[in-house]
Design a protein around this ligand. Structure first.
Ligand code: ZN
Ligand code: ZN
Length: 240
């Protein structure tokens, strides 16, 4: 089942990520700081592509905090960010995320006002180690919408588990999902003496079921159009 993306302990904002102290530079990639050390998954909305020498995105986390995400070990054309769905307005999902603190930064926030240059020089960022680009995935909707769509999917998955049947996403009638789960759901319904309707699965996302084409068309114009691709991305990221 898809996790609760609204849960801040599972999906912390940038400033609550574990720190990567930056001691291991690109030359010593095999040492201590492997991304697997952190279970944190960061959700952040992509504001811009700021690639100059390395693939670089500017992101905003759930608290509105802005930071840069840098793919280390790749040159500026080393990654097709657009093809990966990492576009402006989309949500980036980063597994094993750590904040990298520039070496010059003092541990205590200074109470003194700083110059803009000094602030920029010690701004934290998110470094993706060489070979770890696959830990960054994309959902093609903004952060708030992504969290809302995930919550809807989670509620639907919970209900399907609890009731042993699926529901038409347009009219709400219960039925058996057309594919793999069909036998078990139909069996459960037969013991209750019901004849169960066989629902059709949306081939776009595989996460919505409908009675027939008419219900699918209705569901599409009632909002599934704006959610289908996000549902596909979310279910692919959390399918394993
Ligand atoms: Zn229906
Ligand atoms: Zn769909």
């Amino acid at each position: 089942m898809i996790p609760d993306l609204g849960d801040r302990s599972l999906f912390p904002p940038f400033l609550e990520l574990p720190e990567d102290n930056g001691a291991s530079s690109s030359s010593s990639s095999s040492s201590s700081a492997t991304p697997a050390d952190s279970n944190a998954v960061l959700l952040a909305q992509i504001k811009d592509n700021m690639t100059i020498t390395k693939p670089t995105l500017v992101l905003t986390d759930r608290d509105g905090h802005g930071f840069a995400l840098v793919f280390d070990g790749l040159d500026r054309d080393g990654l097709d960010l657009g093809k990966l769905g990492l576009k402006k307005g989309a949500t980036a999902v980063v597994r094993g995320a750590r904040q990298t603190v520039p070496a010059a930064r003092s541990n205590e926030q200074s109470a003194q006002p700083e110059t803009l240059t000094a602030k920029a020089a010690r701004r934290q960022f998110l470094r993706i180690a060489p070979g770890q680009a696959h830990t960054v995935q994309a959902v093609p909707t903004g952060l708030e919408q992504t969290i809302a769509i995930a919550a809807t999917l989670r509620a639907q998955q919970t209900r399907t588990l609890a009731e042993g049947c699926s529901h038409c996403a347009a009219c709400g009638v219960s039925g058996s999902p057309g594919a793999a789960g069909a036998a078990a759901a139909a069996g459960a319904a037969e013991t209750q003496g019901l004849s169960i309707k066989k629902l059709l699965r949306c081939t776009g996302c595989g996460q919505a079921w409908y009675c027939d084409r008419a219900c699918q068309t209705k569901g599409w114009s009632n909002g599934h159009k704006s959610e289908c691709k996000a549902l596909k991305a979310l279910s692919a990221i959390w399918s394993e």
